[in-house]
Design a protein around this ligand. Structure first.
Ligand code: ZN
Length: 304
């Protein structure tokens, strides 16, 4: 089995995680957590999204967070956007990296926005252009490239055609997001090998939810196929409003602990992160799905 020397992790808990929480955190609490994540050494952090505050009230203060953080050295701060209005908000508050998202499920896309996934991506052209004209970087995400609850396994040709639609609008940093938690390691390994070989001009992120306990296995399967960029969330926060029984993202603590034990560098201080996640747990007043947070690190057992 192949292990990379180092990986880059993007902490997505403050976006993918908080948007599914009933407890609303205020901007001050979020800033405390964001500064802690930066201090722990995450190279990339998804700060929030620029969606309608009515639709996603948990994300209403993303603009304020970017203004308060400025441009700290050594970390890339990104946000999810859906359209031109979102890009304009990103420009106005100093956010320098935006991510667009489309569902690979044709049925889901047609039912919700009456467009095929490729039409959705083509409609991102204006947003991507406005972002780039203002010096912002643009990335794109594909939800459910492995399988969806509506159509089962996603055909590889569908994934290819969405990737090609992204490349046509100038987006070559692409995230494959298993929002439904249905991906299987064999399929992940195969699809990762396929896209890396077919689209060498693209860079990739993998995003796994732990809905069926397979997120860590899927990360290892993706690593084996040469992938080195992964989303994770502290305390395993997260969910998905569209997917029945959706669980959170793979927990950052668990991924970092596994990487440390396998000689894979992340550049993140796990002890600092675990202390911060305890704060998060207090803010949300419920338990979190992080094995390492519950059981401690291997090396903690040897200290007593
Ligand atoms: Zn997600």
């Amino acid at each position: 089995m192949y292990f990379p020397k180092s990986v880059r992790l993007c902490e997505v808990g403050l976006r993918d995680g908080l948007q599914n929480e009933k407890t609303l955190l205020d901007a001050e609490q979020k800033l405390f957590l964001l500064r802690g994540l930066i201090d722990a050494g995450f190279p990339v952090i998804e700060v929030g999204s620029f969606m309608s505050p009515k639709a996603v009230p948990q994300m209403k203060d993303t603009d304020d967070l970017f203004k308060a953080l400025g441009s700290p050295a050594g970390v890339e701060l990104r946000a999810l956007v859906a359209n031109l209005r979102g890009v304009q908000r990103a420009i106005d508050c100093g956010c320098t990296k935006v991510k667009l998202n489309v569902s690979a499920s044709r049925q889901h896309n047609l039912r919700n926005i009456n467009r095929t996934p490729e039409e959705s991506v083509a409609s991102f052209a204006e947003s991507a252009e406005l972002a780039r004209d203002n010096g912002l970087e643009v990335s794109g995400s594909i939800s459910m490239p492995f399988a969806s609850p509506w159509e089962g396994t996603t055909p590889v040709e569908d994934v290819d055609s969405i990737i090609e639609a992204y490349l046509r609008v100038g987006v070559s940093e692409i995230s494959l997001s298993d929002a439904s938690g249905m991906a299987m390691p064999a399929q992940v390994n195969e699809l990762c090998r396929h896209v890396r070989e077919k689209y060498p001009q693209a860079t990739w992120w993998l995003h796994f939810h732990n809905t069926r306990g397979l997120a860590m296995a899927n990360i290892l399967a993706a690593m084996d196929a040469g992938m080195t960029q992964f989303d994770s969330s502290f305390g395993g926060l997260g969910g998905c409003p569209f997917v029945p029984g959706a669980a959170g993202n793979i927990s950052s603590e668990d991924v970092i602990h596994m990487c440390e034990g396998c000689g894979i560098e992340t550049g993140i201080d796990l002890v600092k992160l675990m202390a911060l996640t305890v704060n998060l747990k207090e803010m949300l007043s419920h338990s979190l799905d992080s094995y390492v947070l519950k059981a401690g690190r291997n090396e903690d057992l040897l200290k007593g």
